[in-house]
Design a protein around this ligand. Structure first.
Ligand code: PLP
Length: 388
């Protein structure tokens, strides 16, 4: 459990929470406790650790730090975002139904539809921009509501306060994937959401060098159930991976400021470019849900998507001609990435689902890095000029 210090700010917590100097040596940085087991002085007498699936000091430091950044009491770290999500879904039982916002991460859709439906769970995917769709989808066996905001790749916004209240009224467990927003810009627990999940692979790790996940909650009952499943199912990160995420967190605040500054400049440039049909960035005043984004986010993060005129052939030319934006999946690292959701990150969605969502052949997604803004703008302009 993290010691809550409400007087400390995000930037300070990111560097210090859970990370007191090492009691054995005074090391300023939490060591990588690369061990699977721990010696017991006598039967039943140990220093709080028995086996590293159950607990590891490097992981514990990360878990406490993550909890504090989300304004939560309890954090749990996992070997990937998907391991974190699977562990949350383990809280549900055969026959339960979940409401899910429709353009969730492709891997989330796949996990729900192709793995957990085989265990007797059912899922309804609804356009969560209109909360009435959740009301319409509610069934007597509905036990959970799973949202992502901003969504991937279309950057739709879901009303956190409304979802939390709707969940409470109907006895549902509310879960928010906060990977895109990050706790620096958005804290779902503050609005009453029960559980936050993360792919720490993205902004929290921040350097494209580690895969990891996290779950944060304020509820003791949920923490205990999640902790049980973390240990029982076993999707934990190794000590080195936990350490890499912990190191990433130290600069999260600085990085997010620059990600957002660059993304804003690029979104504005794209919005004025004749080769671009539409830009999706919640920080633009033209975003249809800009007011809601402003209410629940203190900044708009570094993800942008946009529709190019000219479909697949225009997309191919753009993707071929950027120099700084690398063509790759994933997001949230210091370097800028560009990708084509229809054939890359969202290829696992059935074509009719993609079409219904608006993930067409002209849709491009950017993960804007922390390079210099002018270089990134110039790189994209140059590549846009190559579209004939
Ligand atoms: C990447 C991602 C995940 C999955 O996380 P992994 O670390 O790749 O397992 C889940 N949700 C969102 C929004 C993501 O971007």
């Amino acid at each position: 459990m993290s010691q809550q210090k409400p007087n400390l700010h995000f930037e300070t917590l990111a560097i210090h929470e859970g990370q007191a100097p090492d009691p054995a040596t005074g090391a300023v940085i939490v060591p990588i406790y690369q061990t699977s087991t721990y010696v017991q002085e006598e039967l039943g007498k140990h220093k709080g650790y028995e086996y590293s699936r159950t607990g590891n000091p490097t992981r514990k430091a990360l878990e406490e730090c993550l909890a504090s950044l989300e304004g939560g009491k309890f954090g749990l770290a996992f070997g990937s975002g998907m391991a974190a999500e699977s562990t949350v879904i383990n809280l549900f039982s055969q026959g339960d139904h979940l409401l899910v916002s429709d353009d969730v991460y492709g891997g989330t859709f796949r996990l729900f539809q192709r793995v957990f439906t085989r265990y007797g769970l059912t899922f309804s995917f609804v356009d969560a921009r209109d909360t009435k769709n959740f009301e319409k989808g509610l069934k007597k066996e509905t036990k959970g509501i799973w949202i992502e905001t901003p969504t991937n790749p279309l950057l739709k916004i879901v009303d956190l306060e409304w979802v939390a209240q709707f969940a409470k009224k109907n006895n549902l467990l509310s879960i928010c994937d906060n990977t895109f927003g990050t706790p620096f810009f958005q804290q779902p627990l503050h609005w009453g959401i029960d559980v936050v999940v993360h792919s720490t692979t993205k902004y929290l790790g921040g350097h494209s060098d580690v895969v990891g996940g996290a779950v944060i909650t304020n509820r003791t009952d949920l923490f205990e159930a999640l902790k049980f499943h973390q240990n029982a199912v076993g999707g934990v990160p190794g000590p080195f991976d936990a350490w890499l995420v912990l190191r990433g967190l130290k600069t999260l605040a600085l990085r997010m400021v620059q990600h957002e500054k660059n993304a804003k400049a690029i979104a504005e440039m794209l919005a004025h470019d004749s080769r671009v049909e539409r830009v999706n960035y919640p920080g633009l005043s033209s975003h249809p849900q800009h007011a809601l984004a402003k209410k629940q986010m203190s900044g708009f993060s570094g993800m942008i998507s946009f529709d190019l005129k000219g479909g697949l052939s225009a997309s191919r030319l753009l993707l071929k001609n950027t120099q700084l934006f690398s063509l790759a999946e994933s997001l949230g690292g210091v370097e800028s990435l560009i990708e084509h959701p229809a054939s890359m990150t969202h290829a696992s969605l059935p074509p009719e689902v993609r079409q219904q969502l608006g993930i067409g052949d002209g849709l491009i997604r950017l993960s804007v890095g922390i390079e210099h803004e002018a270089d990134l703008v110039a790189d994209l302009k140059n590549a846009l000029d190559k579209i004939r």
